[in-house]
Design a protein around this ligand. Structure first.
Ligand code: XMP
Length: 513
């Protein structure tokens, strides 16, 4: 296994991601915990030193354990990792003098061929991504230069006899196009064959959950979405009945959704499940409310109250499980306290753990969405479930702009079910990031048969997106749209008009509220 010593870079997790793509098993440990004893015990086959925000020139700044240099395994230092490597091995690192570099840079090859750089420099200079204030001004004894950039004369250095490699740039980010190749070369020269898989992640995560939780009880809020489901199933595999899931039906779910979730978790997976039908409570409090933020806040507050009520019934619960993903971790780190505007109060249970005195279990914290899906497949979740479009916490409330009534919700559920069925029948579901129907806060006049109608209007929306941050409208054919309109109006009572929402994001958001 490979050890990543984390010096606090924003992108350390991306190193792990690149290695996982190469099917190499790695663990990230913060530099404080990587002592000489730890290193001996961990016995890594190779070590990567991450970047970090500190300056090597500052007394007391982070270091790699001294025994690393005599450990006899390949070491790759990145950015701060490179600088502490040079510093610890007898080179010199300096601050400033106009040599800071942030962003795109080009590295020019120098000296002889290096296995680490196999298939690099095939077209001359190679683009990399830099982000550093300090720079190495003298390389350590034994090192040679293999690549230079205008502001980093020691962009790539190495001592091949000791298998020490150091780069000033960040090969883990996408703006270093051949970064993955560099990691691949590194793990190959360290002897990794790339035989580690999601099955391996599953084993390792299960062991980690058991170690963290011991014989204590864990509560997990289940939304029916992919992330919380995968987290619950994984934790259940690890600790069985020490896990209790709480599924709150707020009355704003899609057609048959509550039944399906309960059936899957209780019957198929035999997970202890409290299924709480609280729709009366939620819909009661939402009555007469039409302001989007007010609606979101009511749902968020009630959800926390209800969740807490059921969680309190679980004796001895010390942990709360969450399906937090790595992008959530990066966002909360890099954007916390930033000058961003609240567009919507997102529904989450972030404040719950402190309020209830619970510790967190987050087995998906290191994974990206596609990796969670892969883990879900590994855990035997049906493909149709894993590929489901995202569904927001406040549910149908934000697809029913204006006041929510039971009548409107019933119409919306049916219209949405017909629309999604259409999309599946035409084989388009997996091409679309998210598709849903919404019910508009208006009635219009129509004519059906020989009679006048005065019924609700439904809008249908489908977008493509990578991460939900921006989105484009899905280009259905007119034929598809016409057929869908006909089906919705014929099959759903109470609808006499269908709109197709053409708005991208921005300027629109994906949901209507
Ligand atoms: P918007 O509407 O902000 O949505 O463009 C972006 C993505 O986030 C989902 N969404 C939510 N998810 N709680 C959630 O868990 C929420 O409160 C929430 N609001 C929006 C939305 O479905 C889309 O995928």
């Amino acid at each position: 296994r490979l050890l990543i010593i984390d010096f606090g870079s924003q992108v350390t997790q991306l190193i792990a991601r690149r290695l996982r793509e190469l099917n190499v098993y790695c663990e990230i440990h913060p530099y404080q915990s990587v002592t000489d004893a730890f290193l001996k015990d961990f016995a890594p086959q190779a070590v990567i030193l991450s970047g970090g925000p500190d300056s090597v020139t500052r007394p007391g700044s982070p270091r790699a354990p001294e025994s690393l240099w005599g450990f006899g395994v390949p070491v790759l230092g990145i950015c701060y990792g490179q600088q502490t490597m040079m510093h610890q091995l007898g080179g010199l690192v300096e601050t400033g003098h106009g040599t800071a570099e942030f962003g795109r840079a080009y590295v020019t090859p120098k000296g002889q061929d290096l296995p680490l750089l196999a298939e690099w420099f095939t077209e001359g200079d190679e683009q990399v991504w830099m982000s550093h204030g300090d720079h190495v001004s003298k390389i350590a004894p034994g090192f040679e230069v293999y690549g230079t950039s205008p502001n980093a004369p020691f962009a790539i250095t190495a001592d091949p006899s000791r298998n020490f490699y150091a780069v000033q740039f960040h090969p883990e980010v996408h703006h270093t196009p051949k970064g993955a190749k560099l990691y691949e070369n590194f793990v190959r020269l360290a002897g990794f064959t790339g035989d580690w898989t999601m099955a391996g992640y599953r084993e390792q995560a299960i062991a980690a959950i058991r170690e963290q939780v011991g014989d204590k009880q864990v509560i997990c809020g289940l939304s029916g979405g992919v992330d919380s489901s995968v987290a619950a199933i994984l934790i259940h595999e690890a600790i069985g009945d020490q896990l209790t899931c709480v599924f709150v039906d707020h009355g704003l779910l899609r057609k048959n959704e509550a039944e399906e979730v309960v059936k899957m978790f209780r019957d198929n997976y035999k997970i202890r499940l409290i299924a709480a039908d609280e729709s009366e409570l939620f819909l009661g409090e939402l009555e007469g409310q039409s302001d989007p933020e007010t609606k979101r806040k009511i749902i968020g507050r009630l959800f926390i109250d209800v969740f807490q009520k059921y969680a309190n019934e679980i004796e001895g619960a010390e942990f709360l499980a969450q399906g937090t993903l790595y992008p959530d971790v990066i966002e909360s780190v890099s954007f916390s306290g930033g000058p961003s505007v609240t567009i919507k109060s997102h529904h989450n249970v972030g404040g719950l753990p402190e309020k209830m005195g619970l510790k967190l279990v987050e087995p998906l914290r290191e994974l990206f969405k596609d990796e969670v899906r892969a883990l879900g497949r590994e855990l035997g979740l049906p493909a149709s479930f894993i590929g489901r479009h995202p569904f927001p916490g406040p549910g149908l409330a934000i697809r029913c702009p204006g006041e929510i009534t039971r009548e409107k919700l019933a119409i919306l559920r049916e219209a949405d079910a017909v629309y999604i069925d259409q999309i599946r029948k035409h084989g388009l579901y997996d091409e679309i990031w998210q598709a849903f129907a919404a019910i508009l806060p208006m009635k219009t006049v129509g004519v059906m048969g020989d009679g006048r109608t005065y019924d609700f209007a439904v809008s249908i929306r489908a977008v493509t997106s990578v991460d939900g941050m921006t989105a484009d409208t899905y280009p259905f054919s007119h034929e598809f749209l016409g057929e869908t309109m006909t089906r919705i109006i014929n099959e759903v009572k109470g609808v006499n008009r269908v709109f197709y929402d053409l708005t991208s994001k921005p300027p629109g958001t994906i949901e209507l509220e």
